[in-house]
Design a protein around this ligand. Structure first.
Ligand SMILES: Cc1cc2nc3c(=O)[nH]c(=O)nc-3n(C[C@H](O)[C@H](O)[C@H](O)COP(=O)(O)OP(=O)(O)OC[C@H]3O[C@@H](n4cnc5c(N)ncnc54)[C@H](O)[C@@H]3O)c2cc1C
Length: 389
Protein backbone atom coordinates (compact mmCIF):
# COMPACT_ATOMS: atom_id res chain seq x y z
CA UNK A 1 0.00 0.00 0.00
CA UNK A 2 1.11 3.51 -0.65
CA UNK A 3 -0.46 6.87 -1.38
CA UNK A 4 -1.68 7.34 -4.93
CA UNK A 5 0.54 10.03 -6.41
CA UNK A 6 -0.39 12.33 -9.27
CA UNK A 7 1.80 12.30 -12.36
CA UNK A 8 3.26 15.66 -11.30
CA UNK A 9 4.07 14.37 -7.81
CA UNK A 10 5.74 11.24 -9.22
CA UNK A 11 7.92 13.38 -11.49
CA UNK A 12 8.93 15.61 -8.57
CA UNK A 13 9.71 12.60 -6.39
CA UNK A 14 12.07 11.28 -9.03
CA UNK A 15 13.84 14.62 -9.43
CA UNK A 16 14.31 15.07 -5.69
CA UNK A 17 15.41 11.46 -5.20
CA UNK A 18 18.07 11.88 -7.88
CA UNK A 19 19.36 15.14 -6.41
CA UNK A 20 19.47 13.76 -2.87
CA UNK A 21 21.12 10.47 -3.87
CA UNK A 22 23.79 12.10 -6.04
CA UNK A 23 24.47 15.45 -4.42
CA UNK A 24 23.78 15.00 -0.71
CA UNK A 25 23.89 11.34 0.34
CA UNK A 26 27.63 10.85 -0.26
CA UNK A 27 28.43 13.64 2.22
CA UNK A 28 26.00 12.66 4.99
CA UNK A 29 28.20 10.20 6.97
CA UNK A 30 31.03 12.71 7.40
CA UNK A 31 28.68 15.59 8.26
CA UNK A 32 26.88 13.35 10.76
CA UNK A 33 30.21 12.49 12.36
CA UNK A 34 31.50 16.06 12.62
CA UNK A 35 28.12 17.74 13.23
CA UNK A 36 28.99 20.29 10.56
CA UNK A 37 27.06 20.50 7.32
CA UNK A 38 28.75 22.59 4.62
CA UNK A 39 26.32 25.24 3.39
CA UNK A 40 27.44 24.33 -0.13
CA UNK A 41 25.46 21.07 0.28
CA UNK A 42 22.27 23.11 -0.07
CA UNK A 43 23.22 24.50 -3.48
CA UNK A 44 21.04 22.12 -5.52
CA UNK A 45 18.15 22.25 -3.06
CA UNK A 46 18.16 26.04 -3.42
CA UNK A 47 18.31 25.75 -7.20
CA UNK A 48 15.24 23.50 -7.10
CA UNK A 49 13.54 25.99 -4.78
CA UNK A 50 13.03 23.43 -2.01
CA UNK A 51 13.50 26.13 0.65
CA UNK A 52 10.43 27.83 -0.85
CA UNK A 53 8.57 24.67 -1.89
CA UNK A 54 5.07 25.60 -0.67
CA UNK A 55 5.49 29.37 -1.05
CA UNK A 56 3.16 30.88 -3.70
CA UNK A 57 4.69 31.66 -7.08
CA UNK A 58 3.88 35.37 -6.69
CA UNK A 59 6.62 35.45 -4.03
CA UNK A 60 9.05 33.47 -6.15
CA UNK A 61 8.26 30.12 -4.52
CA UNK A 62 7.55 26.80 -6.22
CA UNK A 63 3.86 27.12 -5.35
CA UNK A 64 3.29 23.51 -4.31
CA UNK A 65 0.29 22.50 -2.24
CA UNK A 66 1.09 21.36 1.31
CA UNK A 67 0.20 17.85 0.16
CA UNK A 68 2.77 17.88 -2.65
CA UNK A 69 5.42 19.56 -0.50
CA UNK A 70 4.96 16.73 2.02
CA UNK A 71 5.44 14.10 -0.65
CA UNK A 72 8.78 15.50 -1.75
CA UNK A 73 10.06 16.30 1.74
CA UNK A 74 9.59 12.66 2.67
CA UNK A 75 12.18 11.93 -0.03
CA UNK A 76 14.58 14.55 1.32
CA UNK A 77 14.24 13.17 4.86
CA UNK A 78 14.83 9.60 3.65
CA UNK A 79 18.39 10.69 2.91
CA UNK A 80 18.79 13.05 5.86
CA UNK A 81 16.12 14.54 8.12
CA UNK A 82 18.46 17.19 9.59
CA UNK A 83 19.19 18.50 6.10
CA UNK A 84 15.44 18.56 5.39
CA UNK A 85 14.75 20.47 8.62
CA UNK A 86 16.88 23.45 7.50
CA UNK A 87 14.71 23.84 4.40
CA UNK A 88 11.40 23.30 6.21
CA UNK A 89 12.24 25.90 8.89
CA UNK A 90 12.96 28.41 6.14
CA UNK A 91 9.65 28.13 4.33
CA UNK A 92 7.70 27.89 7.57
CA UNK A 93 9.22 31.19 8.78
CA UNK A 94 8.32 32.85 5.47
CA UNK A 95 4.82 31.35 5.44
CA UNK A 96 4.34 32.93 8.85
CA UNK A 97 5.02 36.38 7.42
CA UNK A 98 2.79 35.74 4.39
CA UNK A 99 -0.08 34.86 6.74
CA UNK A 100 0.35 37.53 9.38
CA UNK A 101 2.53 40.28 7.93
CA UNK A 102 2.07 42.81 5.15
CA UNK A 103 2.53 42.03 1.46
CA UNK A 104 5.65 44.23 1.46
CA UNK A 105 7.20 42.32 4.37
CA UNK A 106 6.51 38.97 2.70
CA UNK A 107 7.83 40.15 -0.68
CA UNK A 108 10.98 41.57 0.91
CA UNK A 109 11.61 38.39 2.91
CA UNK A 110 11.05 36.18 -0.14
CA UNK A 111 13.35 38.27 -2.29
CA UNK A 112 16.16 37.99 0.27
CA UNK A 113 16.15 34.20 0.35
CA UNK A 114 14.95 33.37 -3.16
CA UNK A 115 18.37 32.79 -4.69
CA UNK A 116 19.49 30.66 -1.77
CA UNK A 117 19.06 31.75 1.81
CA UNK A 118 17.88 30.48 5.17
CA UNK A 119 15.42 31.84 7.67
CA UNK A 120 14.60 30.84 11.19
CA UNK A 121 11.95 31.02 13.87
CA UNK A 122 13.33 32.25 17.19
CA UNK A 123 10.89 31.55 20.02
CA UNK A 124 12.58 29.32 22.62
CA UNK A 125 14.68 30.68 25.50
CA UNK A 126 16.60 28.82 28.19
CA UNK A 127 13.82 29.44 30.72
CA UNK A 128 10.95 29.35 28.23
CA UNK A 129 10.68 26.09 26.28
CA UNK A 130 7.34 24.34 26.76
CA UNK A 131 6.06 27.60 28.23
CA UNK A 132 7.06 30.23 25.65
CA UNK A 133 4.79 32.82 27.29
CA UNK A 134 7.43 32.98 30.05
CA UNK A 135 9.91 34.55 27.62
CA UNK A 136 12.09 37.43 28.78
CA UNK A 137 13.10 38.91 25.44
CA UNK A 138 12.07 42.53 25.12
CA UNK A 139 11.44 44.91 22.24
CA UNK A 140 11.16 48.45 23.51
CA UNK A 141 9.63 51.06 21.23
CA UNK A 142 11.68 54.22 20.65
CA UNK A 143 9.28 56.93 19.39
CA UNK A 144 12.16 59.19 18.34
CA UNK A 145 13.42 56.81 15.68
CA UNK A 146 10.22 54.78 15.18
CA UNK A 147 12.23 51.64 15.91
CA UNK A 148 12.12 48.82 18.45
CA UNK A 149 15.22 48.00 20.48
CA UNK A 150 15.41 44.23 20.67
CA UNK A 151 17.18 42.37 23.48
CA UNK A 152 16.77 38.61 23.44
CA UNK A 153 18.63 35.41 24.23
CA UNK A 154 17.13 32.69 22.08
CA UNK A 155 18.22 29.08 22.31
CA UNK A 156 18.04 25.93 20.14
CA UNK A 157 17.47 27.98 17.00
CA UNK A 158 17.49 25.89 13.82
CA UNK A 159 19.38 27.70 11.01
CA UNK A 160 20.45 30.29 13.62
CA UNK A 161 24.00 30.65 12.29
CA UNK A 162 22.99 30.54 8.63
CA UNK A 163 19.89 32.72 8.55
CA UNK A 164 19.55 35.88 6.52
CA UNK A 165 16.24 36.64 8.23
CA UNK A 166 15.05 35.89 11.76
CA UNK A 167 11.44 35.83 12.89
CA UNK A 168 11.90 36.80 16.54
CA UNK A 169 9.38 36.90 19.37
CA UNK A 170 9.80 39.41 22.21
CA UNK A 171 7.78 41.31 24.80
CA UNK A 172 6.52 44.75 23.89
CA UNK A 173 4.60 44.79 27.18
CA UNK A 174 6.27 43.17 30.17
CA UNK A 175 3.08 43.13 32.27
CA UNK A 176 0.66 41.57 29.78
CA UNK A 177 1.68 37.89 29.84
CA UNK A 178 1.18 36.09 26.51
CA UNK A 179 -0.72 39.17 25.22
CA UNK A 180 2.40 41.27 25.62
CA UNK A 181 4.43 39.36 23.01
CA UNK A 182 5.04 40.68 19.49
CA UNK A 183 6.79 39.25 16.43
CA UNK A 184 9.54 40.90 14.39
CA UNK A 185 11.27 40.35 11.13
CA UNK A 186 14.96 40.93 11.84
CA UNK A 187 17.67 41.05 9.21
CA UNK A 188 21.09 39.59 9.80
CA UNK A 189 22.72 43.01 9.27
CA UNK A 190 20.34 44.95 11.52
CA UNK A 191 22.14 47.67 13.53
CA UNK A 192 23.16 46.45 16.99
CA UNK A 193 24.73 43.12 17.82
CA UNK A 194 23.58 39.64 16.81
CA UNK A 195 25.81 37.06 18.51
CA UNK A 196 25.76 33.46 17.32
CA UNK A 197 26.53 30.87 20.00
CA UNK A 198 28.36 27.60 19.55
CA UNK A 199 26.79 24.83 17.49
CA UNK A 200 24.80 22.45 19.73
CA UNK A 201 26.45 19.03 19.90
CA UNK A 202 23.20 17.17 19.23
CA UNK A 203 22.74 13.40 19.34
CA UNK A 204 20.92 13.46 15.99
CA UNK A 205 19.84 15.74 13.14
CA UNK A 206 23.50 16.64 13.01
CA UNK A 207 23.28 18.20 9.57
CA UNK A 208 20.87 20.84 10.86
CA UNK A 209 22.39 23.97 12.32
CA UNK A 210 21.20 24.58 15.92
CA UNK A 211 22.62 27.48 17.94
CA UNK A 212 21.87 30.11 20.57
CA UNK A 213 21.26 33.54 19.07
CA UNK A 214 21.60 36.66 21.23
CA UNK A 215 20.23 40.02 20.09
CA UNK A 216 21.82 42.98 21.89
CA UNK A 217 20.26 46.39 21.36
CA UNK A 218 19.29 45.41 17.83
CA UNK A 219 17.28 48.18 16.17
CA UNK A 220 14.24 46.99 14.25
CA UNK A 221 12.19 49.52 12.24
CA UNK A 222 8.54 49.65 13.34
CA UNK A 223 7.42 48.52 9.89
CA UNK A 224 9.23 45.21 10.49
CA UNK A 225 6.84 44.27 13.29
CA UNK A 226 4.70 41.35 12.05
CA UNK A 227 1.04 41.96 12.83
CA UNK A 228 -0.14 44.12 15.71
CA UNK A 229 1.64 44.66 19.01
CA UNK A 230 0.62 41.88 21.37
CA UNK A 231 -0.37 39.45 18.59
CA UNK A 232 2.97 37.62 18.60
CA UNK A 233 1.99 34.68 20.79
CA UNK A 234 -1.11 33.91 18.73
CA UNK A 235 0.97 34.23 15.61
CA UNK A 236 3.65 31.84 16.93
CA UNK A 237 1.03 29.25 17.84
CA UNK A 238 -0.59 29.50 14.42
CA UNK A 239 2.78 29.10 12.70
CA UNK A 240 3.57 26.02 14.80
CA UNK A 241 0.19 24.50 13.93
CA UNK A 242 1.23 24.63 10.28
CA UNK A 243 4.79 23.46 10.78
CA UNK A 244 4.27 20.49 13.14
CA UNK A 245 2.75 18.32 10.39
CA UNK A 246 6.00 18.83 8.46
CA UNK A 247 7.94 17.30 11.35
CA UNK A 248 5.67 14.29 10.91
CA UNK A 249 6.59 14.28 7.20
CA UNK A 250 10.28 14.07 8.09
CA UNK A 251 9.51 11.28 10.56
CA UNK A 252 7.73 9.35 7.79
CA UNK A 253 10.82 9.75 5.60
CA UNK A 254 12.98 8.27 8.36
CA UNK A 255 10.52 5.39 8.85
CA UNK A 256 10.55 4.55 5.14
CA UNK A 257 14.35 4.48 5.17
CA UNK A 258 14.29 2.25 8.29
CA UNK A 259 11.96 -0.21 6.58
CA UNK A 260 13.99 -0.20 3.34
CA UNK A 261 17.24 -0.87 5.21
CA UNK A 262 15.65 -3.52 7.44
CA UNK A 263 14.09 -5.42 4.54
CA UNK A 264 17.38 -5.47 2.65
CA UNK A 265 19.23 -6.69 5.73
CA UNK A 266 16.63 -9.30 6.73
CA UNK A 267 16.70 -10.85 3.25
CA UNK A 268 20.49 -11.05 3.15
CA UNK A 269 21.47 -11.92 6.71
CA UNK A 270 21.35 -15.65 7.48
CA UNK A 271 21.31 -17.47 10.81
CA UNK A 272 20.41 -21.11 11.45
CA UNK A 273 20.90 -21.62 7.68
CA UNK A 274 17.99 -19.32 6.85
CA UNK A 275 17.67 -15.67 5.90
CA UNK A 276 16.38 -14.03 9.09
CA UNK A 277 13.28 -12.83 7.21
CA UNK A 278 12.04 -16.44 7.42
CA UNK A 279 11.70 -16.16 11.19
CA UNK A 280 8.23 -15.20 12.34
CA UNK A 281 9.38 -12.83 15.08
CA UNK A 282 11.46 -10.88 12.57
CA UNK A 283 8.49 -10.88 10.18
CA UNK A 284 6.32 -9.47 12.95
CA UNK A 285 8.71 -6.56 13.49
CA UNK A 286 8.80 -5.86 9.75
CA UNK A 287 5.02 -6.03 9.43
CA UNK A 288 4.55 -3.71 12.42
CA UNK A 289 7.05 -1.28 10.89
CA UNK A 290 5.05 -1.25 7.65
CA UNK A 291 1.75 -0.79 9.54
CA UNK A 292 3.13 2.18 11.48
CA UNK A 293 4.68 3.69 8.36
CA UNK A 294 1.60 3.46 6.16
CA UNK A 295 -0.86 4.66 8.82
CA UNK A 296 1.46 7.58 9.55
CA UNK A 297 1.74 8.49 5.88
CA UNK A 298 -2.05 8.45 5.47
CA UNK A 299 -2.50 10.62 8.57
CA UNK A 300 0.06 13.13 7.32
CA UNK A 301 -1.57 13.21 3.90
CA UNK A 302 -4.99 13.89 5.42
CA UNK A 303 -3.67 16.72 7.59
CA UNK A 304 -1.87 18.29 4.63
CA UNK A 305 -5.10 18.20 2.63
CA UNK A 306 -6.89 19.91 5.52
CA UNK A 307 -4.20 22.60 5.51
CA UNK A 308 -4.61 23.02 1.74
CA UNK A 309 -8.34 23.50 2.33
CA UNK A 310 -7.60 26.22 4.91
CA UNK A 311 -8.96 24.20 7.86
CA UNK A 312 -7.56 25.01 11.32
CA UNK A 313 -5.29 22.06 12.21
CA UNK A 314 -4.43 22.94 15.79
CA UNK A 315 -5.78 19.60 17.06
CA UNK A 316 -5.14 17.51 13.94
CA UNK A 317 -1.58 18.78 13.54
CA UNK A 318 -0.88 17.95 17.18
CA UNK A 319 -2.41 14.48 16.75
CA UNK A 320 -0.38 13.92 13.58
CA UNK A 321 2.94 15.03 15.05
CA UNK A 322 2.39 13.01 18.23
CA UNK A 323 1.15 9.80 16.64
CA UNK A 324 3.72 9.75 13.85
CA UNK A 325 6.76 10.60 15.96
CA UNK A 326 5.77 8.10 18.68
CA UNK A 327 5.17 5.42 16.03
CA UNK A 328 8.44 6.40 14.36
CA UNK A 329 10.33 5.88 17.59
CA UNK A 330 9.19 2.25 17.68
CA UNK A 331 9.97 1.76 13.98
CA UNK A 332 13.59 2.90 14.30
CA UNK A 333 14.08 0.88 17.50
CA UNK A 334 12.83 -2.24 15.64
CA UNK A 335 15.18 -1.47 12.74
CA UNK A 336 18.13 -1.52 15.14
CA UNK A 337 16.79 -4.78 16.61
CA UNK A 338 16.58 -6.42 13.18
CA UNK A 339 20.22 -5.53 12.52
CA UNK A 340 21.20 -7.17 15.85
CA UNK A 341 24.66 -6.17 17.07
CA UNK A 342 25.40 -4.46 13.76
CA UNK A 343 22.41 -2.18 14.32
CA UNK A 344 24.20 -0.78 17.34
CA UNK A 345 27.26 0.00 15.28
CA UNK A 346 27.93 3.35 13.61
CA UNK A 347 29.14 1.58 10.46
CA UNK A 348 25.54 0.56 9.71
CA UNK A 349 22.81 3.03 8.78
CA UNK A 350 20.05 2.41 11.34
CA UNK A 351 21.47 3.80 14.61
CA UNK A 352 21.55 7.25 12.97
CA UNK A 353 17.85 6.94 12.16
CA UNK A 354 17.16 6.30 15.85
CA UNK A 355 19.19 9.38 16.85
CA UNK A 356 17.50 11.56 14.23
CA UNK A 357 13.97 10.43 15.03
CA UNK A 358 14.18 11.23 18.74
CA UNK A 359 14.26 15.00 18.18
CA UNK A 360 10.78 15.04 16.68
CA UNK A 361 9.15 13.94 19.95
CA UNK A 362 10.70 17.05 21.51
CA UNK A 363 10.87 19.95 19.10
CA UNK A 364 8.00 22.33 18.22
CA UNK A 365 6.29 21.38 21.47
CA UNK A 366 7.03 18.06 23.17
CA UNK A 367 4.57 15.22 22.70
CA UNK A 368 3.43 15.76 26.30
CA UNK A 369 2.50 19.35 25.44
CA UNK A 370 0.79 18.14 22.23
CA UNK A 371 -1.39 15.81 24.31
CA UNK A 372 -2.37 18.75 26.51
CA UNK A 373 -3.33 20.70 23.37
CA UNK A 374 -5.36 17.79 21.99
CA UNK A 375 -7.21 17.37 25.29
CA UNK A 376 -7.89 21.09 25.51
CA UNK A 377 -9.30 21.12 21.94
CA UNK A 378 -11.48 18.11 22.80
CA UNK A 379 -12.76 19.85 25.91
CA UNK A 380 -13.70 22.89 23.85
CA UNK A 381 -15.38 20.80 21.12
CA UNK A 382 -17.42 18.70 23.53
CA UNK A 383 -18.15 21.74 25.68
CA UNK A 384 -19.95 23.28 22.74
CA UNK A 385 -22.60 20.62 23.05
CA UNK A 386 -21.41 17.93 20.69
CA UNK A 387 -18.36 16.55 18.95
CA UNK A 388 -17.19 17.88 15.63
CA UNK A 389 -17.58 14.84 13.43
C1 LIG B 1 16.69 19.78 17.30
C2 LIG B 1 15.90 20.92 17.88
C3 LIG B 1 15.60 22.02 17.11
C4 LIG B 1 14.89 23.10 17.64
N1 LIG B 1 14.63 24.19 16.85
C5 LIG B 1 13.99 25.26 17.38
C6 LIG B 1 13.78 26.46 16.59
O1 LIG B 1 14.13 26.52 15.41
N2 LIG B 1 13.19 27.52 17.18
C7 LIG B 1 12.77 27.52 18.49
O2 LIG B 1 12.23 28.52 18.94
N3 LIG B 1 12.97 26.40 19.28
C8 LIG B 1 13.56 25.29 18.76
N4 LIG B 1 13.77 24.15 19.53
C9 LIG B 1 13.34 24.16 20.93
C10 LIG B 1 12.16 23.23 21.21
O3 LIG B 1 10.99 23.72 20.65
C11 LIG B 1 12.09 23.03 22.74
O4 LIG B 1 13.22 22.25 23.10
C12 LIG B 1 10.81 22.34 23.19
O5 LIG B 1 9.71 23.19 23.03
C13 LIG B 1 10.89 21.88 24.65
O6 LIG B 1 11.35 22.89 25.50
P1 LIG B 1 12.51 22.58 26.55
O7 LIG B 1 13.63 21.94 25.80
O8 LIG B 1 12.82 23.81 27.30
O9 LIG B 1 11.92 21.46 27.52
P2 LIG B 1 11.07 21.73 28.85
O10 LIG B 1 9.96 22.67 28.58
O11 LIG B 1 12.00 22.07 29.97
O12 LIG B 1 10.47 20.28 29.13
C14 LIG B 1 11.16 19.25 29.82
C15 LIG B 1 10.21 18.06 29.99
O13 LIG B 1 9.09 18.45 30.82
C16 LIG B 1 7.89 18.18 30.12
N5 LIG B 1 6.90 19.22 30.45
C17 LIG B 1 7.10 20.57 30.50
N6 LIG B 1 5.96 21.18 30.84
C18 LIG B 1 5.02 20.22 31.03
C19 LIG B 1 3.63 20.20 31.39
N7 LIG B 1 2.96 21.34 31.63
N8 LIG B 1 3.00 19.02 31.47
C20 LIG B 1 3.66 17.84 31.21
N9 LIG B 1 4.97 17.80 30.86
C21 LIG B 1 5.63 18.96 30.77
C22 LIG B 1 8.24 18.19 28.65
O14 LIG B 1 7.32 17.46 27.87
C23 LIG B 1 9.63 17.55 28.67
O15 LIG B 1 9.48 16.16 28.72
C24 LIG B 1 14.46 23.05 19.00
C25 LIG B 1 14.78 21.94 19.80
C26 LIG B 1 15.48 20.88 19.26
C27 LIG B 1 15.80 19.68 20.13
Amino acid sequence: MSLMYTREQSAMIQLVQKMMENEVKPYVPEADKTGKCPRELYRYAFQMGLHMAEIPKEYGGVGLSYESAAVIFEEVAKVDAGYALGLVCTFVALRNVILAGTKEQAAYFAERIKEGGFACFALTEAGAGSDPAAMRATAEYDPETNEYILNAQKTFITNGAWADIYVVFARTDTAAGSRGISAFLVEREAPGKIVIGREEDKMGLRLSNTVDVTFRNVRVPADRRIGKEGDGFKLAMRALNLSRPFLAVLAVGIMQRALDESMRYAMNRSQFDHPIIDFQMVQQMLADMAIRLETSRCLVNNTMRMMDAGVDVQKDGAITKTFVTDAGQKVVADAVQIFGGYGYNRDYPVEKLMRDMKAFQITEGTNQIQRMTIASCLKQEYGKGGKRR
